[in-house]
Design a protein around this ligand. Structure first.
Ligand code: PGU
Length: 508
């Protein structure tokens, strides 16, 4: 009785409920008349048994793949051709009593299992693999030649400085740390860029690249209703999630040409031209993810021409500044070219890769406006959007960036470390190409690997071939055939070449 009484509530009030809510609960009727107490006991017990039976059928069906959760929620449990109702069990004139069914069926039965993330899920699968030869080339995270995570020396030095100064942990303003915002805009546009003096850039600290993109997506959704974002085909997988979640419509423009394993420049220009006037064109500032193929400076000019002609708004995602070429300035050239034309543009930045601050979630959203007045208003709205989402950003990474960039010695050391990291990636790229060329007797041209830049190589392996890499060779990569060279060592290049050659030639 105690279990029953604790799960029964006698003051059910028939408030309007959604059909789904309605079906999530089971209602059973019990006798609330005190005079027929013992009869009511027996009836409650019987009803409880009936309910339990139905519930176990419902939960059994929920786990059986032949029946959808939707069917269960609709109150139907189908067994063979029979169908049982798990709805009301009523007896006339008795008060209805709501019964909580936590013992067998969760309120979350309607929540289906989400698929693993196509990139971060690869690391989870890698961790579960016990084979000694395993290699994680899934996530774009820099490893040393010993395949260990790397904390930059300048980061350690900046953190020591912070400890010595005994800095506090009070809330930052909504827009983030002022010293960080100044440093990040200067790194991006160049410290002497006139648009900074003219105060035409609205910069707010963001939750790394992803959070900054998401904030910008919220701004588009609110102030450009119906405007479309054009993203490259292919692109970093999370772009689609970000715009979907912000309810911003998007479509793709042609980018990668599998025939030439290069840029489909004509297709890209044609698709940008075809987009409705005033669309946002998402561009990877440098080191395009996943292809590693960037437009040439000449092509960037032509892209800017079309965007200007069509009154589109360029939206740069800069996640690899300094990491592609080893130079902060070279890697910002595309953004600076557009800014120099006096265009209004969006730029999301990330310090995950170039300062190795992955888990600190430090980045920024910059909106270049045509006037200082517009920049003040845009910034105020970015803050307004940020406040209910995360209130204000974290301080630690912002202080590291501000300290590194603000100290001439540390800044110089950072540049040297970035060159070292970019250099190591270039070395493994070369060694992988050499190993493939030496081992593959088919005459296939692997030189596209050398033409790609940045952290990744887009191998051209299809899904089945990528799966062979993992299942047979314990090499973990994303299913689009992208490998992160930042997770590869010179010592593992030959093994990887064997895996690629086998997968490419022996799996269709
Ligand atoms: N934009 C691009 C083009 C990226 O490649 C990434 C990271 C980001 C933004 C966001 O990085 P934040 O860490 O939020 O600053 N892409 C990596 C990291 C793993 C992931 O998917 O988040 C990658 O492996 O593609």
């Amino acid at each position: 009785m105690s279990i029953l009484s604790s799960t029964l509530s006698s003051n059910y009030s028939p408030q309007p409920r959604s059909t789904q809510e309605h079906h999530r609960d089971l209602y059973i009727s019990v006798d609330s008349n005190a005079a027929s107490h013992s009869r009511a006991h027996r009836r409650q017990f019987l009803l409880f048994q009936m309910a339990s039976t139905m519930l176990s059928l419902a939960s059994a069906s929920a786990s059986a793949s032949s029946l959808s959760m939707h069917d269960t929620l609709k109150g139907k449990v189908k067994i063979g051709s029979n169908s049982l109702s798990t709805g009301f069990v009523k007896t006339k004139s008795f008060g209805r009593v709501s019964m909580s069914v936590a013992a067998n069926v969760s309120r979350f039965e309607g929540i289906t299992m989400a698929p693993p993330d196509p990139i971060l899920g690869v690391s989870e699968a890698f961790r579960a693999d016990t084979n000694d030869m395993k290699l994680n080339l899934g996530v774009g995270a820099y490893r040393t030649e010993e395949l260990q995570p790397y904390v930059l020396d300048v980061v350690k030095k900046a953190e020591n400085l912070m400890l010595q100064r005994g800095e506090n942990k009070e809330y930052l303003p909504i827009e983030g740390l002022a010293a960080f915002n100044k440093a990040t805009a200067e790194l991006l546009f160049g410290a002497d860029n006139p648009l900074l003096k003219e105060q035409r850039v609205a910069t707010v600290q963001g939750l790394s690249g992803t959070g900054s993109l998401r904030l910008a997506a919220a701004l588009i959704e609110r102030y450009f209703p119906g405007a479309k974002v054009l993203i490259s085909s292919p692109t970093w997988g999370n772009h689609k999630n970000i715009f979907n979640d912000a309810r911003v419509p998007w479509s793709e423009y042609r980018y990668y040409d599998p025939k030439t394993v290069g840029l489909d420049f004509e297709g890209m220009i044609a698709d940008i031209k075809d987009a409705p006037e005033g669309s946002f064109i998402l561009l990877h500032g440098c080191a395009h993810n996943p292809t590693g193929i960037d437009p040439t400076p000449d092509q960037w000019e032509k892209i800017a021409d079309v965007i200007q002609e069509k009154n589109h708004i360029p939206f740069f995602d800069v996640a690899y500044q300094g990491f592609a070429s080893g130079s902060l300035d070279t890697d910002a050239a595309s953004v600076r070219l557009f800014a120099a034309r006096g265009m209004e543009l969006f730029v999301a930045q990330s310090y995950s890769k170039n300062l190795g601050l992955y888990a600190e979630r430090i980045g920024a959203m910059n909106v270049v406006c045509s006037s200082a007045d517009a920049a003040v208003r845009v910034k105020s709205q970015l803050k307004r959007l940020a406040r209910p989402m995360y209130s204000n950003p974290p301080i630690h990474g912002a202080k590291i960036v501000a300290n590194v960039v603000g100290d001439p010695t540390l800044f110089k050391e950072w540049k040297a470390e970035m060159e070292m990291m970019a250099g190591r990636i270039k070395n493994v790229r070369q060694k992988l190409f050499d190993s493939l060329s030496a081992k593959d007797k088919s005459g296939k041209d692997w030189s596209f690997i050398l033409k790609q830049i940045g952290m990744f190589s887009f191998t051209g392996l299809n899904k089945a071939q990528s799966e062979n890499m993992t299942n047979k060779w314990h090499v973990y990569l994303t299913k689009d055939g992208r490998i992160s060279l930042a997770g590869l060592s010179l010592a593992k290049c030959e093994y990887l070449a064997d895996a690629i050659i086998d997968s490419f030639h022996n799996v269709s």
